[in-house]
Design a protein around this ligand. Structure first.
Ligand code: FO1
Length: 316
């Protein structure tokens, strides 16, 4: 298959790493032909607001307004609301900036008015000039929960942000409230995709909750084009966040071979960093070895270009 703007691409993305690759893909694929499926396991309610950190990270990154230092939040945002909370005696452990707050206010208001999260994200991202579809994996309630040795069961953001992912994890599970099915929009995007890309996001905390949505694995198993996963590890360590720490704690193999096993039945190719070329490799899954670290915009576009080109070759 020739790589041109006509390829229909779906990217499964979590937070910062996923957003970076999604940006690179968005620079090369016609917006109408690109859908990003985002993780809602990180969503939570905070001071009555519905917060969707991973979806917002992708949205701000594609809109070109993400904070380049943290990867999440908005560049140049201020902390007046947080300072006021502190004055009231609160401990604002979750850093919502003043501009970011507007996103959570509107999302909460629109959800309360009866709109789905899919509709809300479509409206917010269109207003920020994002041309592709940014689709929550489900409109149902699915929340990542973490059983820790020291502090018992924690909702995801308490584990990740409040306790800076330091507690030792014994189990990850998902709290559901009612049906958690893939949306019509996700079904359509995956069914029509010529290429599926699993971004370099945490397999357990970012991609895991997407695969946990009812119907998602079946949908991916019936894919018409190839599915490529980009490893989130460089030199055997997570580029950002706790992926390697977590997989060690859960006794999971996070070498390229382990990653291919984790995604067994779902992927046709694995992209790894050249620093991991000496680690155990999968026996059956084809591997592309390249530089996967994305620091500059050029890095994101180059890596995405290589993945798209390889996807085109695997589809032939
Ligand atoms: N991550 C942090 O480590 N500390 C924060 O205070 C924080 C605030 C925050 C606010 C809005 C938002 O959309 C994301 C935010 N994140 C913060 C990132 C986020 O919670 C995690 O990186 C993801 O959930 C993991 O992918």
């Amino acid at each position: 298959m020739v790589l041109d703007g006509s390829l229909r691409v779906v990217v499964l993305a979590g937070g910062v790493g996923g957003a970076k690759l999604a940006y690179g893909v968005a620079m090369q694929v016609t917006p109408q032909r690109l859908a990003i499926i985002g993780n809602v396991g990180d969503d939570f309610e905070h001071y009555g607001l519905h917060i969707s950190p991973d979806l917002d990270t992708v949205m701000y990154t594609l809109a070109g307004i993400a904070n380049p230092t943290t990867g999440w939040g908005i560049e140049g945002d201020t902390r007046q609301m947080l300072d006021m909370l502190t004055r009231y005696g609160e401990e604002p452990w979750f850093g919502i900036g003043d501009r970011d707050l507007a996103t959570h206010l509107l999302r909460t208001a629109w959800l309360s008015a009866g709109h789905s999260l899919t509709e809300v994200m479509a409206r917010l991202s269109a207003a920020l000039g994002v041309g592709c579809r940014l689709l929550p994996a489900t409109d149902g309630l699915l929340r990542t929960m973490v059983d820790t040795r020291e502090l018992g069961t924690l909702p995801f953001q308490e584990y990740f942000v409040r306790h800076r992912w330091q507690p030792i994890v014994e189990r990850i599970w998902f709290r559901r409230d009612g049906a958690c099915e893939v949306t019509r929009q996700v079904c359509q995007a995956v069914e029509q995709a010529d290429l599926l890309i699993i971004a370099p996001s945490n397999p357990l905390l970012s991609i895991g909750p997407i695969l946990e949505v009812d119907g998602m694995r079946d949908l991916m198993a019936k894919r018409r084009g190839p599915c490529i996963v980009v490893s989130p590890f460089v030199g055997g360590r997570a580029v950002k966040g706790p992926a390697d720490k977590l997989m060690r704690e859960l006794a999971l193999d996070f070498s390229p071979r382990g990653l291919a096993r984790f995604y067994a039945g779902l992927i046709d190719g694995l992209v790894i960093d050249e620093s991991d070329a000496g680690a155990p490799q999968p026996e059956e899954t084809p591997v592309l070895i390249t530089q996967t670290l994305m620091v500059s915009a050029a890095d994101k576009v180059r890596l995405a270009g290589e993945v798209l080109a390889w996807g085109g070759e695997l589809a032939e």
